[in-house]
Design a protein around this ligand. Structure first.
Ligand code: PRX
Length: 716
C-alpha cells in the first residue's frame, strides 16, 4: 500500500523538468553573484528501488514538516536502544547550545554492537579489504566485533587508565582496529579524537594537545598506493609536538598491521610505547559493561579547518549524533541489515565516522573498509572489490569519481556487480561527471544521492530522498528531513528560489546531528556559526539563531539546492578541508619567508588545489631550493594532502592601503580570471608583475571562473 502510494508520489514528483527560469539581471557584487547554469534534466529512481526503499512513504515527509519540529526527530531517536528514555526532545533554552533528547541515557557502542547480537551475531559487521590484492579480505562478525571491542575497552580502562570523559587521540590508517578502538572508547564514554592517518605527526600532536589527550593510539604502518608507509615514526613527532604545547603523553599504544610482526624503523620508547597485540593477551575474553551515558555526553571530537590558523575540535554528542546518523543512514543511504555497504572515504574524516562506522553499525548493516587508494593497482580495483563482496550500496567523492573516470572510463563495464544506490559527498560534482557515475558506475540501475553537509553538522543537510525525489545532476537537492535552510545575501535579505542568485546558505533550525560546541572554545563556536545572522544575542528563541554554513548556494525554482563551495578562507581539496591560514602559517615558520598567501586554483581531478604565494625577506634569493623548503614545511606541519600545486615567490603581495593582502586578486590571477577593480590597492602595479610571472603574459583574455573563486577573499 505504502509502496503504491510512494510510487504515485514519486511519479508525480518526477514530472518533466521545468524549463530553466529566465534569470533576472542581478547586480554583481561579492555577496550575490548571478549564477547562470543550464537547468539539468531529472533522473528517476526505478520501481524496483522504490519498492524496497526504507523511505518510500511520503507521510514521513509530512511527519518532519516544520509544524512537527522538534518532535519529528523522535523518529530518528527511536531507531536506537535507550537505557532511559528522554523527557525533552529539544532544550533550546541556552542558544545556540542546544540539548537533544534530554534526560535520555544510552551507550553508542551498545547500540552499534551488543544489541545486534541476538539477531545478527554471525553476520558480517565489517569486511576489511587490504590494499595488496593477494591478501584475503577479513570478515568481522558482530560477535567477533563484540569480543574485540570488549577486550580493547578492558585494555583502555585497566592498562591505559582511561575513564569516562577522558580524551584520547587516535592516529590510525584504514584498518579494522580503528573502528574497534573507536567503539571501545565509546563503550567507556572516553571521547575519541581520530586524526586522519595522512596528517603529519605535528598535526596530530597539535590536536592531541588541544584535546588534552594523555594517550595516543597508533598503528605501525599500512599499505598505500603499493608502498609501505612507516607510520609509527610520526608518533614520536606527535608526542614531541604535544609536549611543546604543554601536553604530556604518558602512553602510546601501537597496533601492528600484521599482529606479531612489527614493521617500523622507529624504535619503541621504553615505558611509553606498548604493542597492543601483546598487552591484549592479558584481556582475552574480558567483558566490560557499556557505560550508560547522558544523551548530551560528548562522543567524539573531529578537528577541522576554519578561518583562523588553529583547527577546531568539533564536539559531537552521543544521543543526538547517533540518532541523526542512524536516521540518515536508514532513509538516505537506504541501508538494510541485508545490504553490503561500501563507503570509500577514510574513517579519519567525518564521512567515515558517520557513514562507515556509527550509522551503518547502528543499523546492523555490513560496512566495508578498504585500506588503500581506489586506483591501486589499476582503475578496475573498486569494481573488483564490489563484484567480489557483492556490494550494493556505494559511497564516494567527486574527486574519486573523476579520478576513476580518467584512469579507466570503461572499467566498470568489465565487472559483474550491481549497485542499487550510490552517494557522492564532499564537493560539488559536475553534471558531466555525475552522468558518468550514473551511466557507467551505476549501470543506469542505481539511484544517486548527492549529499551536502559538513564536519560540524554530523550528517546530511541537503540530499534527495532516494525513492521519493527525482535526481538532478550537479544539485544536492532538497533539504533533508527536519532541516529548514534559507539563503541570505550579505545584508541578510533572503535570496529567493529561482532568482538565479547566489548567497550564503544557512539552516534556520537546530537538528540532533549538529555539533555541541568547539572543544574548549564556546565563544568561537558562537562567533563562527551563529553570529553572522543572529537576530538578537539575548534571544532565547531558536528561530533567532540560524546556523551559518560558510557555503555559497543557489536555490532553483524546484526547491533543489546547488552548493557552490566555501565562502570563507577554506579550500576544499579533493573533498577535504584545508584552512588557508594553516598553510600560510606553515610557510611563515620559515625564517626566510616574509609574507604568505594561499589561494585555491581549479583542478580537473581534485576540484581545488592550493597555490602558494610567498615573498621573501630582503637579501634572500628566490631559488628552486627555497620553493622546495616551503613545500617541505607544509608537508611536515600539515601532511601531504596540503602539498601545493605551485609556489610562486613574488617580489611583493597586492595589498589594501591598510596593509591587508588581497587574496582575491591572487586567486583571480591563478585562475586566469578578471582581477576586478584594483585601483584602490596600495600597490596596484604589482598585480601586473605577478600576472606576468604566473601566466607568462601581461593582461590577456580572462575566464568566467567558478563562483567560489569569485567569492574567495579576505574582505568578508
Ligand atoms: O563546501 C562544502 C563541501 O565540503 C564542505 C564540508 O567539508 P567537511 O567538513 O570536510 O565535510 C565533508 C564531508 C561532509 C562544505 O562546507 N561539500 C560537502 N558536501 C558537498 C559539498 N559541496 C558540494 N556538494 C556536496 N555534496
Amino acid at each position: 500500500m505504502a509502496v503504491a502510494k510512494a510510487r504515485k508520489a514519486a511519479n508525480k514528483a518526477n514530472g518533466k523538468p521545468k524549463p530553466a527560469p529566465s534569470l533576472p539581471k542581478t547586480k554583481e557584487n561579492e555577496a550575490q553573484i548571478a549564477v547562470h547554469w543550464k537547468e539539468e534534466e531529472y533522473f528517476h529512481p526505478s520501481p524496483k528501488f522504490i519498492g524496497q526503499a526504507n523511505l518510500n512513504d511520503p507521510a514521513m515527509v509530512e511527519r518532519f514538516s516544520e509544524t512537527n519540529f522538534p518532535e519529528c526527530f523522535r523518529a530518528y531517536a527511536e531507531l536506537l536502544h535507550w537505557d532511559q528514555y528522554w523527557h525533552t526532545t529539544l532544550d533550546a533554552s541556552n542558544p545556540p547550545f542546544w540539548k537533544w533528547f534530554v534526560g535520555g541515557k544510552l551507550n553508542a557502542c551498545y547500540n552499534c554492537v551488543d544489541r545486534h547480537l541476538a539477531q545478527y551475531k554471525n553476520k558480517a559487521a565489517l569486511i576489511f579489504v587490504p590494499e595488496p590484492e593477494g591478501e584475503a579480505a577479513t570478515v568481522i562478525t558482530y560477535q567477533e566485533l563484540y569480543r574485540r571491542v570488549n577486550e580493547v575497552a578492558a585494555m583502555l580502562r585497566d592498562f591505559a587508565g582511561l575513564k569516562t570523559g577522558d580524551r584520547v587521540t587516535i592516529h590510525m590508517p584504514m584498518i579494522p582496529e580503528l573502528p574497534i578502538t573507536m567503539l571501545a572508547c565509546a563503550r567507556l564514554g572516553v571521547v575519541h579524537s581520530v586524526v586522519f592517518g595522512g596528517f603529519s605527526g605535528e598535526a596530530c600532536g597539535l590536536r592531541a594537545a588541544d584535546s588534552g589527550s594523555r594517550v595516543l593510539i597508533y598503528a605501525d604502518g599500512y599499505h598505500r598506493n603499493g608502498k609501505w608507509v612507516d607510520h609509527k615514526a610520526s608518533a614520536d613527532i606527535a608526542v614531541e609536538t604535544a609536549k611543546k604545547e604543554g601536553q604530556s603523553v604518558d602512553k602510546v599504544l601501537i597496533w601492528k598491521r600484521y599482529p606479531g610482526h612489527f614493521r617500523s624503523e622507529s624504535p619503541m620508547i621504553m615505558g611509553r610505547d606498548f604493542f597492543v597485540d601483546e598487552v591484549l593477551k592479558d584481556y582475552r575474553n574480558h567483558v566490560v559493561a557499556p557505560v550508560s551515558q547522558d544523551a548530551e555526553a560528548p562522543l567524539f571530537l573531529m578537528y577541522t579547518s576554519g578561518t583562523t590558523g588553529k583547527p577546531k575540535g568539533c564536539q559531537h554528542r552521543t544521543g543526538g549524533y547517533l540518532a541523526y546518523v542512524a536516521g540518515t543512514s536508514k532513509y538516505y543511504q537506504d541501508m538494510h541489515p541485508t545490504d553490503v555497504y561500501w563507503c570509500m572515504a577514510d574513517i579519519g574524516w567525518i564521512t567515515g565516522h558517520s557513514y562507515i562506522v556509527y550509522g551503518p553499525l547502528a543499523l546492523a548493516a555490513t560496512s566495508v573498509l578498504y585500506e588503500g587508494v581506489p586506483q591501486f593497482p589499476d582503475a578496475g580495483r573498486p569494481w573488483r572489490i564490489a563484484e567480489r563482496l557483492d556490494v550494493n550500496i556505494f559511497h564516494t567523492s567527486p574527486t574519486a569519481i573523476r579520478m576513476l573516470r580518467k584512469a579507466g572510463g570503461d572499467e566498470p563495464n568489465k565487472y559483474n556487480y550491481h549497485f542499487k544506490h550510490m552517494t557522492t559527498v564532499g564537493e560539488p560534482i559536475e553534471p558531466e561527471v555525475w552522468r558518468w557515475y550514473y551511466d557507467v558506475v551505476g549501470k543506469k540501475e542505481a539511484v544517486i544521492v548527492d549529499t551536502w553537509w559538513q564536519t560540524e553538522t554530523g550528517g546530511f543537510l541537503c540530499t534527495t530522498k532516494p525513492a521519493l525525489d527525482p535526481m538532478k545532476p550537479g544539485s544536492a537537492g532538497p533539504p533533508a528531513l527536519g532541516i529548514y535552510p534559507i539563503i541570505w545575501d550579505e545584508e541578510g535579505k533572503e535570496v529567493r528560489a529561482g532568482s538565479g542568485a547566489a548567497g550564503n546558505i544557512c539552516i534556520r533550525n537546530p537538528w540532533p546531528g549538529i555539533m555541541q560546541t568547539i572543544w574548549g572554545s564556546p565563544e568561537r563556536f558562537v562567533n563562527q556559526y551563529y553570529k553572522k545572522y543572529n537576530k538578537d544575542p539575548q534571544s532565547k528563541d531558536w528561530r533567532d539563531w540560524p546556523y551559518y554554513a560558510a557555503d555559497g548556494a543557489v536555490l532553483a525554482a524546484d526547491g533543489f539546492y546547488r552548493i557552490l563551495g566555501r565562502v570563507d578562507d577554506v579550500i576544499n581539496v579533493a573533498g577535504h578541508r584545508l584552512g588557508t591560514k594553516e598553510v600560510e602559517s606553515a610557510c611563515l615558520s620559515l625564517p626566510e619567508v616574509a609574507e604568505a598567501a594561499v589561494v585555491p586554483a581549479v583542478d580537473d581531478i581534485k576540484g581545488r588545489v592550493p597555490v602558494v604565494y610567498v615573498s621573501l625577506k630582503p637579501g634572500i634569493a628566490p631559488t628552486k631550493q627555497m620553493q622546495d623548503k616551503v613545500t617541505s614545511a607544509i608537508e611536515t606541519m600539515i601532511g601531504k594532502i596540503a602539498r601545493p600545486k605551485t609556489i610562486h615567490i613574488v617580489p611583493d603581495m597586492p595589498k589594501t592601503r591598510s596593509g591587508k593582502i588581497m587574496r582575491r586578486v591572487l586567486a583571480a590571477i591563478s585562475n586566469q580570471m578578471d582581477t576586478g577593480d584594483i585601483t584602490t590597492l596600495a600597490n596596484p602595479d604589482i598585480v601586473e608583475q605577478i600576472r606576468i610571472q604566473v601566466q607568462g603574459r601581461s593582461r590577456g583574455p580572462v575566464k568566467e571562473g567558478p563562483e567560489d573563486i569569485k567569492m574567495f577573499g579576505d574582505e568578508r
